[in-house]
Design a protein around this ligand. Structure first.
Ligand code: ADP
Ligand code: ASP
Ligand code: MG
Length: 404
């Protein structure tokens, strides 16, 4: 008998019909002789609606209250899924994150896991029940509800699979697995049969929302192999694990993040430590800075351009404005939203020419590159938001990713 953790995302539980389909799959998995723990997300669209409601009432809603609010989305789904299982004769019981012993720190809206005891899940499984756990939520050490960052049900599932020593962790979504690019943007993207944690982590953190990057990070650290599959069919999915069959592939996939804002700091004094002070203050304000370019102007003046996640743009502007006040000169401007398009592949470690191929494809299609950043296994460029999908498609084609 295997212990299987199955996670169903918002699109897989979006309405009662889909919840019934999930219940049928779960029951079938039990009938095949397995114990099943199910982790569910809020129904598709619910979390966004709750966020919008809060923002209608207040520009910067309190983080603790946001966790109290957003956690109800998952709580609705666990009960409905359990009821749907009862209706087809499968014993099942729902558990909140707290009841499943998911303990986090107190950083509301992006809490980090401290411990997962699993609560009474093993007993319930031994009593023949399916246990349905609310994804995305936990509680801190004083019993306050916390959440694990957007898309956090993926992390709940992977971490529960590790804590319960599950044999298999399956992430069910609305596409067949992890593709060479978002299949909704690139119709001829290919599903990858397998992908290494490292590559999946880069794709996820560079905007491929099929998996939450923190979940992949956790899986990598604790070596939890998992499979991404489609809840709408029985097609084989993508296995994400440490060692994958090495092929002669340089670029594995293309990712796009449309949630970037460019911050331009101009007329900064060109003296040692000025940039350091700006970035120190941004770091103190808990703003993550991404792509950075500094150019020297004339007369001892420097300009600094970088990108931040759009929802942190105002926080970044405030931190830089205060810093420039202390430095005695310089000004800061928020430019339009833009997109970061990236190519990822562990083969890039041993191959050259990836940047030139990527930049040539963009140039030939009249797409201007605004900023560039690289690491060992990825190259990212910032482009105009309107050009983002075209950029993904031309890069995908230039690396032959649509071919077997
Ligand atoms: P869930 O509701 O199951 O959590 P998400 O909407 O978070 O699902 O993630 C699935 C979506 O991720 C897909 O519908 C797809 O459009 C998008 N996506 C982006 N990049 C990729 C990729 N490389 N492979 C597969 N899906 C991707
Ligand atoms: N409901 C949460 C969100 O929309 C968590 C998740 O779906 O994984 O971000
Ligand atoms: Mg998701």
């Amino acid at each position: 008998m295997a212990l299987i953790v199955q996670k169903y995302g918002g699109s897989s539980v979006k309405d009662l019909e889909r919840i019934q389909a999930v219940a049928a799959r779960v029951k079938q998995t039990c009938e095949e002789g397995n114990q099943v723990v199910v982790v569910v997300s809020a129904r598709g669209g619910v979390t966004n609606r709750l966020v919008a409601d809060a923002k209608t009432l207040h520009e910067q809603p309190d983080d603790r209250e946001m966790d109290m609010l957003l956690s109800i989305g998952e709580q609705e789904t666990i009960a409905l899924t359990s009821i749907a299982l009862h209706a087809i004769g499968q014993p099942a019981v729902s558990r909140t994150g707290a009841q499943a012993g998911i303990v986090t720190d107190s950083v509301h809206t992006k809490a980090r896991l401290i411990d997962i005891s699993g609560g009474d899940i093993p007993q319930q499984l031994n009593d023949g029940k399916v246990v349905i756990v609310a994804g995305f939520q936990g509680m801190n050490e004083t019993g306050q509800i916390t959440t694990l960052g957007r898309g956090g049900s993926d992390l709940s599932a992977i971490a529960l699979a590790a804590a319960l020593k599950a044999d298999i962790c399956q992430i069910y979504t609305d596409v067949d697995g992890v593709y060479t690019a978002d299949p909704r943007v690139v119709p001829n993207a290919r599903k990858l049969p397998e992908i290494a944690y490292e590559e999946m982590l880069e794709l996820a953190s560079l905007g491929s929302k099929v998996m939450q990057s923190r979940a992949v990070e956790f899986a990598n650290k604790h070596d939890v192999p998992f499979e991404v599959r489609n809840s709408y069919n029985n097609n084989p999915g993508t296995i994400v694990k440490a060692d994958i069959t090495l092929e002669d592939v340089v670029v594995r996939g293309v990712a796009c993040d449309k949630n970037q804002t460019k911050v331009v700091v101009s007329e900064l004094p060109d003296q040692p430590g000025a940039a350091a002070k700006v970035f120190q203050d941004l770091s103190d304000a808990k703003v993550n800075v991404d792509m950075i370019v500094q150019n020297l102007g004339r007369d001892g003046i420097a300009n600094l351009t970088f990108t931040v996640a759009s929802d942190e743009a105002y926080k970044a502007e405030k931190a830089v404005t205060e810093c420039l006040g202390k430095l005695g000169r310089g000004k800061v401007d928020l430019a339009d939203r833009m997109a970061k398009v990236s190519v990822v592949g562990i083969g890039m470690r041993s191959h050259s020419g990836v940047a030139s191929k990527m930049f040539t494809a963009l140039a030939e299609n009249g797409i201007n590159i605004q900023l560039i950043s690289t690491s060992e296994i990825k190259i990212s460029v910032a482009v105009d938001l309107e050009k983002a999908d075209d950029a993904v498609r031309v890069i995908h084609t230039s690396f032959d990713l649509d071919k077997e």
